[in-house]
Every structure is written in structure tokens, then in C-alpha cells.
Design a protein around this ligand. Structure first.
Ligand SMILES: C[S@@+](CC[C@H](N)C(=O)[O-])C[C@H]1O[C@@H](n2cnc3c(N)ncnc32)[C@H](O)[C@@H]1O
Length: 690
């Protein structure tokens, strides 16, 4: 009998650690005991899963109104966290729990429900007790059993770095699948103490370290003082695997402001030593092309994003970088985590605290969507993942991802080698042209100096020139008044001219150098970790970098269909009412041309076919990307590549932007300019009145 009492107490203690109050749990537990004929093992199995399930089931069945007393809103949260059945990716069957639903008779069920309902609707004063966590040794006590709810366990690998994530949100037992639609409840609540607990063990070669990260949601405070994480981990060396056992607990006890949600996330990251990146390494390619997660960023349930930015032994790293997002709704916090057993080795993670969409009190569903897949469908070297944590807008499926430009109908693009003269290639070069002296013919376009430095970045003088060119677009002196000679779609006959742009020329097929030549940057394609991300309702989707980018780095090319301007004109006529527009003119060399045929007057349209660049939003004047015309296959400049380079150092998770050079006051353009929300101090579009 005493043993039963003790087991009863243990069950309640455990449920308390999930935030479920004894007075609510006790009747449910009693009912379960009756149903299972005192077979405790069925209830204790998997850390009281049956009990927890029964609790949630009852709440689910009884549509409890949201007018709880404040101290019980935690239960409300638990209930509302349960996503609609059709959106839950987690399989109930996988819980292996006893079939409570069928086992409970109607009368038992209603009795049970009434108990739950009664308990929840009774206003009671709940004493807020400070949360105390058992130490590692205390935890050996049976009274504190770690939850064995199925922790999300995700493996990613990139450049040898292995990140293993065990993620658990308090009581979020249903959300162990990291993708899917989740609904949540925003409820005013006062003080909330939440606990997350996770455990797991992994077997993996060469495990090196363990980190435990705890983060909390909620508009509560600007510091992390209310959140703490402890872990007990050990790595056992063994051949061929190391075994890591992790046991992690996090607590948060903070004041939660109204209308905000609260959450606690736990992530455990295990790293293996980095190995040098070699894109030709097949194994690595396979690993990086896995369409599950970004290499060093782990998307947690409900969109919390932890990006491992730096793993360094330096003590000079800034601990706070502040808010690095331009959008209003997505604050970032930067955590600096110390490695266990080391006072100097730090791992810096940026935690993106997402506004959590909710099933609000009116019962209206707003779904929080996380779509995680490689939008390039394996075409790019690194997967380009998609993330939306702002709205219920789903991943754009309205276009087809292409890695390089494709020609539409009669657009004239001729790559015949015969058209490349001796002065337009370096047939005699061997190896890396950047190391040759004097520079070969391919440096001619950039005044006899190669456009790129040995580290692959654009030379600063060229970069500055390109930035200046763009910034002067408003002044007519930098434009060539060419368009009176033909119908220009920029302004339908009222053209203010086109920018004269300086080209970069890369080596190509007729050159003697090989693909390792430093004068081949754009043609190698995207080699940065990028993410298509929903920025805001005003701007829609955008592009972010997931890694720090030095100034002058090549990011990506603007890829689309190569169209004639006449075709574009036709398309624009039917697209006038569309919200987003993706075409861009290939007009960088119009000034040097005489009269052009229609099929030579080209543009790129990424509306139906395009790459990541179609998501880059506009920013007036001080954008962090600049578009540079690049000659690769063809010495004539009707057709060329538009390549984006960083105008300055760009930090991981910043949105990438370029100046579209839109004339926001041009009322004659067939496409009405959007109302600019770039946020720049020099914004030209803000003045535009719709
Ligand atoms: C090339 S698309 C960029 C990707 C687009 N945001 C999307 O969701 O697909 C250009 C369109 O994005 C929107 N956009 C880009 N920059 C913007 C800005 N600064 N302010 C408001 N809207 C912007 C405009 O609707 C524009 O037509």
C-alpha cells in the first residue's frame, strides 16, 4: 500500500515537472489506475506517457474555454499546443501507450472530463515556488525521472561539423517532428515557470563536445537571466564509435507579458572536429545535399532557429551583436555558450525569437509554418532552405528553380567559340591566371588588372566603383541618353537613360587555364550558405545569408529566362496587378551599341524560372549587395551574367538586398512601383504616395 502511495507521489512529482498541477493530475491518475487495474507499469512506462496522454486527451475532448484563472493558463497552453490532428506529423501510435480512448467507457470518460473541467475552472491560488533542479546525483533518485518523450534528433553534417540536436519543448510531446503546421495559443498569463527536460544518447564517430542550449520565448526581458541550462553528458570513447549520453535540463522562470507566449527550448549540440571543405569530395557532397537542415543551423520546433555562427577559442568575440534584423517583428538574440570544461572555447549561436502565430481566442486558426527543404532541389552545392516564421504564407511554388539562365524563344544568345577572338581569351595560360604576370587578356576588361583577388573576392577598387555607379543613378550625368533610339521598357518612351556599367570578364572555354583558375568565380556558382526566408508581409520573401560574408564576396547570380524586351513587354501587360515582379534588364552596355534588333535587346525574367536571386529584395542606396555585369561566354554584351557581390561585410542571418534602381516616381512604367519598405535612411520609395 505504501508502495502505491509512493508511486502515486512520484507520478505527481513528475507531472509537476511538466507544469501540470497535482490537483488536475490526481483524478486522472486515479481513473487510469482503475482502468489499468492498478497495473502501475503501464502508467509509469515511458515516463508516465499514458498519464500525460490521458491528460491531454481529456483537455482535447473537452473544449475548455480560455477563461481560466491566470495560474491555470499553463494548462490552457498545453491544450492549445496540440495541433489539429491532420497537421500533426507525430504518430500517436508510436507512443505505444495503452489504448486509453477505447478503453474508457462513456461514463468513465464523462466522469473524468468533469473532474478535469472542474479542476480547471476552480480559481485557486497557486503558490509560485522557485524552481529547483536536482543535481546530477539527485537525479539518480527515482523520484525525478527524465522525460523520455520522443526527442527530435536531427543529424546534420557540413564541413565535418556534426550537429546533433535533441530538442524538447516543455510538454510539447506532440511536436517532435520539426516540420509541419503548428497552432498555438496566445493567452495572457502572469508568471510562468517552465521546464524542459531532454535526454538521449548518440553513437557517432569522433564526438568531441557537448553543448546545451536553453532558450525561452516570451516578451519577457532582454537578457537571458531567467533561463538556465544544465547538462550532464559524458563521452565514452569506443571503436568505432563514441557514445555520448546526454541529459539536459533547462529552467525558465520569468514574468510573461500579456498576449505573448512562452516556451522553453532545449537543444543539445554535439560537435565533431571540422574537416577541410572539399567540394569535390563525394562523401561531403552527399552529406551537404541532404535536404533536411542547413549545415550549421538547426531549425527547432516552432521556428526557433539556432545558428551556430562561430566556434572559436578567441576570447575577443563580441558577446552581443544586438538586433541584426531590419524587420520589426523578428528580434534576434545572441547567446555565447561556453564549452564544457573550457573557459575559453566559445560557440556563438544566434537565436531567433520568432513571433509565434496562434490559435487565438476566437478559435481562428493561424498556422505557423516551417517549410524545410532545399528550394534548389539539389541543384546547388549547398541546400538552400526555406524558412517562414512570420506568417502563414507557404513556400513559393509558383516558379521552377534553375541554376543557370535559359533562353526563351527568339532571344539571341550565341555562345559559338568562333566568335571569341584571341584578344577575348587566354588560350596560352596554364593553371591559375591570377598568378600569371603580366596579367593575361582576360584582365583587359578591368583595365589590365584581374577583377578578383587571390581569395576570390572582388577587388575593392572595382567594388567601390560599382557601388558609386549605382548610387549615382539619380543623377542624369551617369546615364546615357540612348533610349530615344528605340522603345525602352524602362519608361515607355520616356527613358531617362541606362547606366553605363563596368564589366568583369571571367576566363572561359577557350582559355588555357582550368576550373581552379581564380578568374572563374561566378561560373562556379553559389558556394555560400543561403536561406530563403519570409521577411515581412510588406516585403514578402527575401534572402538571408547563414554565414558571415566578407566585403566583395560573390553571393549568387541573377538567374532567369532570357527574354527579348518585346516579350517582356507582353508579359508585363498581363502582370500589371501582380504583387511581386522579377524581371531585370540586361542594359549594362546599351550605351556602346548602335541600333539593336529586338532579339538583341534582352532581359532576365525570374518570374517562372529563376534561382535564389529572385528573392532578393530591394534596398535604396545602401544595399549590402551590388549587381555587377559579368562576361563569361560571350564577348558581346547583349547577353551577360548579373552577379551579386557584397558591398560590405555582411553578418550571418542578415537579409541580403540590392538596389533595383527603381524610379519610384515613374508613373509611366507599365508596372506600378511598390511602396518601398526597405528601411534605409536614404529610402527613395518612402516618398512615393500610392
Ligand atoms: C524580386 S521580388 C523579391 C522577392 C519577393 N519579396 C517575393 O516574395 O517573392 C521583387 C518584389 O518584392 C517586393 N519588394 C522587394 N523589395 C521591397 C521593398 N524594399 N519594399 C517593399 N516591397 C519590396 C516587391 O513587391 C517587388 O515587386
Amino acid at each position: 500500500m505504501d508502495e502505491d502511495k509512493e508511486r502515486f507521489r512520484r507520478a505527481l512529482d513528475f507531472m509537476k515537472t511538466l507544469g501540470l498541477h497535482s490537483s488536475v493530475v490526481s483524478p486522472i491518475l486515479r481513473r487510469l489506475l482503475k482502468l489499468y487495474e492498478n497495473e502501475w507499469s503501464l502508467i509509469e512506462e515511458e515516463n508516465y506517457r499514458a498519464l500525460a496522454d490521458s491528460y491531454f486527451d481529456q483537455l482535447e475532448n473537452k473544449d475548455i474555454a480560455c477563461s481560466y484563472s491566470a495560474e491555470l493558463q499553463l494548462e490552457c497552453l498545453s491544450y492549445k499546443e496540440i495541433p489539429p490532428a491532420d497537421s500533426v506529423h507525430y504518430q500517436r501510435g508510436s507512443l505505444r501507450r495503452p489504448k486509453i480512448n477505447t478503453a474508457i467507457s462513456d461514463s468513465s470518460r464523462s466522469e473524468l472530463e468533469s473532474q478535469v473541467h472542474h479542476s480547471l475552472s476552480m480559481p485557486r491560488a497557486v503558490k509560485e515556488e522557485p524552481l529547483e533542479f536536482p543535481s546530477a546525483t539527485e537525479r539518480k533518485d527515482d523520484a525525478f525521472q527524465p522525460a523520455a518523450l520522443p526527442a527530435a534528433s536531427i543529424l546534420t553534417q557540413e564541413q565535418g561539423k556534426q550537429i546533433v540536436l535533441f530538442n524538447k519543448e516543455h510538454k510539447s510531446k506532440l511536436q517532435n517532428n520539426y516540420s509541419g503546421d503548428l497552432a498555438k495559443c496566445h493567452k495572457p498569463r502572469k508568471k510562468l515557470a517552465i521546464i524542459a527536460h531532454s535526454e538521449g544518447s548518440i553513437r557517432k564517430e569522433g564526438l568531441e563536445s557537448l553543448l546545451c542550449i536553453a532558450t525561452a520565448y516570451g516578451n519577457v526581458s532582454d537578457d537571458e537571466s531567467g533561463v538556465s541550462a544544465k547538462h550532464v553528458g559524458k563521452i565514452t570513447e569506443g571503436i568505432p564509435h563514441s557514445i555520448m549520453e546526454v541529459n539536459c535540463t533547462a529552467t525558465s522562470s520569468r514574468s510573461i507579458s500579456e498576449e505573448k507566449d512562452a516556451n522553453l527550448n532545449l537543444a543539445m549540440l554535439c560537435t565533431t572536429p571540422a574537416v577541410p571543405c572539399n567540394p569535390s569530395n563525394q562523401k561531403q557532397r552527399e552529406a551537404t545535399s541532404k535536404p533536411d537542415f542547413p549545415h550549421d543551423s538547426v531549425m527547432l520546433n516552432r521556428g526557433q532557429e539556432i545558428s551556430v555562427l562561430e566556434d572559436s577559442c578567441s576570447d575577443h568575440m563580441p558577446e552581443e551583436r544586438g538586433n541584426i534584423d531590419s524587420g520589426p517583428a523578428v528580434p534576434y538574440k545572441r547567446l555565447v555558450l561556453r564549452r564544457k570544461g573550457s573557459s575559453s572555447s566559445k560557440l556563438v549561436a544566434t537565436v531567433k525569437e520568432e513571433p509565434i502565430c496562434a490559435q487565438d481566442c476566437e478559435g481562428q486558426h493561424k498556422k505557423y509554418i516551417l517549410d524545410e527543404y532545399d528550394i534548389s532541389r539539389g541543384q546547388e552545392l549547398f541546400p538552400i532552405l526555406v524558412s517562414n516564421s512570420v506568417s502563414n504564407e507557404s513556400v513559393p511554388h509558383t516558379f521552377c528553380y534553375i541554376k543557370s539562365n535559359i533562353t526563351f524563344q527568339n532571344a539571341y544568345v550565341n555562345f559559338a567559340l568562333a566568335r571569341i577572338g584571341e584578344e577575348d581569351c587566354c588560350a596560352k595560360c596554364i593553371g591559375n591566371c591570377l598568378e600569371s604576370y603580366p596579367p593575361c587578356h582576360c584582365a583587359r576588361e578591368t583595365s589590365g588588372e584581374f577583377a578578383y583577388n587571390l581569395d576570390g573576392r572582388l577587388r575593392q577598387s572595382l567594388l567601390q566603383e560599382a557601388i558609386e555607379d549605382k548610387r549615382n543613378t539619380e543623377s542624369s550625368s551617369s546615364r546615357n541618353k540612348y533610349c530615344d533610339k528605340f522603345s525602352c521598357l524602362l519608361s515607355s518612351g520616356d527613358c531617362k537613360g541606362h547606366l553605363i556599367r563596368k564589366f568583369v570578364k571571367e576566363c572561359w572555354s577557350k582559355c588555357g587555364c582550368d576550373m581552379r583558375c581564380g578568374n572563374r568565380v561566378v561560373q562556379k556558382g553559389i558556394c555560400r550558405k543561403l536561406q530563403v526566408s519570409y521577411i515581412s508581409r510588406a516585403k514578402g520573401w527575401g534572402l538571408r545569408t547563414l554565414e558571415d560574408l566578407p566585403s566583395g564576396s560573390f553571393v549568387c547570380e541573377y538567374v532567369g529566362e532570357i527574354l527579348t524586351n518585346t516579350e517582356l513587354d507582353k508579359r508585363n501587360a498581363v502582370r500589371a496587378g501582380h504583387s511581386y515582379h522579377y524581371p531585370t534588364l540586361l542594359d549594362a552596355d546599351l550605351s556602346s551599341e548602335t541600333i539593336l534588333q529586338d532579339e538583341e535587346l534582352l532581359c532576365l525574367d525570374a518570374t517562372n524560372y529563376g534561382n535564389v536571386a529572385r528573392f532578393i529584395n530591394h534596398r535604396c542606396y545602401d544595399a549590402n549587395l551590388v549587381d555587377i555585369p559579368v562576361e563569361i561566354e560571350s564577348p558581346d554584351h547583349h547577353y551577360y551574367h548579373i552577379a551579386f557581390f557584397t558591398t560590405r561585410e555582411v553578418q550571418a542571418l542578415e537579409e541580403l538586398t540590392w538596389d533595383y534602381c527603381i524610379d519610384f516616381n515613374d508613373k509611366k512604367h507599365p508596372i506600378k512601383a511598390f511602396r518601398c519598405c526597405c528601411g534605409s535612411d536614404y529610402c527613395r520609395g518612402r516618398r512615393y504616395k500610392a
